[in-house]
Ligand binder design. Structure first.
Ligand code: 2HA
Ligand code: ZN
Length: 277
């Protein structure tokens, strides 16, 4: 059946579904969190019939990436609420085109009533550039959300990559398989600014995910399922650890470093040796 509206374009449909899933998890109070997707050529071809007749003016981003020149992104809107995306996509998300210098965007669809791309667009953009490069073009999704348990851990654990990676690996057996390189940790920084964008993109050269202290998580992935699944896995593991601590009982046994290493051959992974004792 022919596609009759933008919301039926598979990439847009997947984008909307992730927004709804994140809202249902309780990760997107008010306007919290944001999502961007770097479209494939076939996505752009499917979406183009629904683009506005005239694109809106170019807006300089203050960040630049050669490897994103000419790309199209689906993005949530600044100040828009994830819970509303499923009800009115055109008002709450949109599609932007990047210019041939890789330093400006213009809206070609959606973001109605004067909305702009997410306040974290510079962060997303810089991280798309890094992830596109280190994954040979495979990475397409950047997702930021505010899950309560991982945020809670940033108040009681030292803010270093090794501590967080080990706690997450040891609280749920699938974690080392899903992120064998571990996770990065960014200390508290002003949201939406260039500093948090740069600090995160430094970490995303090594990791698929970064924890933002007292704020949330920032994940990447090749598709919506994988990126959402990564956030879901990290938060589930954090929730288990918070529950363990909440019992007030001493930890009698855990997944040891020996156990972690024993996972490697069956799952064809290599754990980050910096995080093993
Ligand atoms: O979109 O979550 O980090 C609102 C935020 C900023
Ligand atoms: Zn946030």
């Amino acid at each position: 059946m022919a596609i009759g509206r933008m919301e039926e374009v598979p990439a847009v449909e997947g984008f909307i579904r992730l927004c709804t899933d994140g809202w249902e998890q309780g990760w997107h109070e008010r306007n919290g969190g944001n999502l961007t997707y770097r479209m494939k050529k076939e996505d752009v071809d499917a979406a183009r019939p629904f683009f506005d007749e005239t694109p809106r003016p170019w807006v300089n981003m203050g960040v630049q990436a050669d490897n994103l020149a000419g790309e199209y992104f689906i993005t949530t809107g600044s100040g828009r609420f994830m819970r509303n995306v499923q009800l009115d996509a055109a008002a709450n998300i949109g599609i932007v085109e990047i210019n041939d210098k890789g330093d400006s965007w213009r809206i070609v669809w959606g973001l109605g009533n004067g909305a702009r791309p997410t306040s974290e667009f510079p962060s997303h953009f810089m991280n798309h550039s890094v992830r596109k490069e280190v994954t040979g073009g495979a990475n397409r999704v950047i997702y930021h959300c505010h899950p309560a348990n991982i945020i809670a851990l940033t108040f009681i654990l030292p803010l270093d990559d090794k501590t967080f990676s080990r706690v997450l690996w040891q609280s749920m057996t699938e974690c080392p398989v899903i992120f064998p390189e571990g996770v990065g940790v960014v200390p508290w920084m002003v949201p939406g600014g260039p500093e948090i964008a740069q600090a995160t993109s430094r970490l995303m050269k090594k990791y698929q995910a970064a924890v933002w202290a007292h704020h949330g998580i920032f994940v990447s992935g090749p598709d919506f399922d994988t990126a959402f699944g990564l956030a879901h896995t990290i938060e589930k593991s954090a929730e288990i650890y918070v529950k363990i601590l909440s019992t007030g009982r001493p930890i009698l046994q855990t997944i040891t470093d020996e156990d972690l290493l024993a996972i490697e051959p069956s799952f064809h992974i290599t754990l980050n040796r910096e995080f093993l004792n």
